[in-house]
Design a protein around this ligand. Sequence first.
Ligand code: SF4
Length: 360
Amino acid sequence: MKYVSEFRDPLVVERGLEALRQTITRPWVLMEICGGQTHAIVRSGLDQLLPPEIELVHGPGCPVCVTPVEQIDKALAIASRPEVIFTSYGDMLRVPGSQRDLFSVRAAGGDVRVVYSPLDAVRLAEAHPDRQVVFFAIGFETTAPANAMSVLQAHAKGLKNFSVLVSHVRVPPAMCAILGSPKNRVQGFLAAGHVCAVMGHWEYPPIAETFHVPIVVTGFEPLDIIQGILATVRQLERGEHTVGNAYKRAVTEEGNRPAQAIIQRVFEEVDRKWRGIGMIPMSGWALAEEFVAFDAELRFKVEHIAPQESSLCIAGQILQGMKKPHDCTAFGSECTPEHPLGATMVSAEGACAAYYRYGR
Ligand code: SF4
């Protein structure tokens, strides 16, 4: 397949690995931001092929993993209401809240439905004017444009029975929080190619400059990842810290301006709590004043939530690059994909799920 198979060619990947071996002279710790990249690295075995001087740590770029447990509990409370059709992407249904998950709500009679687009939820609201349709709007900059568009569509159609439970997060403030931590180990970042396809990489130079770290936009195929690592290591070896782009076939510096404009119209930046990590200033989006009528939290008044997390789960430290999944005592015993204790074992992009699935 054009633009896929040539980026998985073992001979070309081996040439990239050899260039890396020729370049590297000392240990470096790099973080791939995105959980999709984590899975690509582990699935293709790149983590076992890299020179031993390179340690990859796994970042917080998994939307399912970082959605705070109180937001899950709010989703469970709303989805349990008899007048509600609760809609979500499928991977949120197994994410544990304090006591249960959305599958349990559905098993108990709640009307919980998987949709493949928030616009499907808008269509459901049109088809069921006697019901309240709620969409669970989670994710990073990648899902924000479509979620914002659903609010614009519902607004344009005058729908009074559509709302969104918003838990959007933004990558740049999370990078700053990781780099600003006294426990930080990250010396270079592989930035998430799909986030940058939307947002560009114009937000990153001040981060690279402030924290003296190279940031290289990186794609998702093995060759993309090798090229991203090589570009990052070349900078580190030269003592440089600039923003590079190893994913030019999909990403430009300015990104998708119309998508950014939709986000800016519908959302405003707010402080946001990240599961396992805590509050990160201005790291999320909430509905702007003009669209608060579509806020499910306000509509269903679910603010009194007291969440409980598993005391065994160290997902927060994994998502900040401080620990690896097998540092967790519950990994593969109390916590498995069938019986997950934390979101990084549930999610298709979670680091714990990647290590479990591919036998690390
Ligand atoms: S293995 Fe399970 S309990 Fe341990 S950090 Fe991962 S998700 Fe949390």
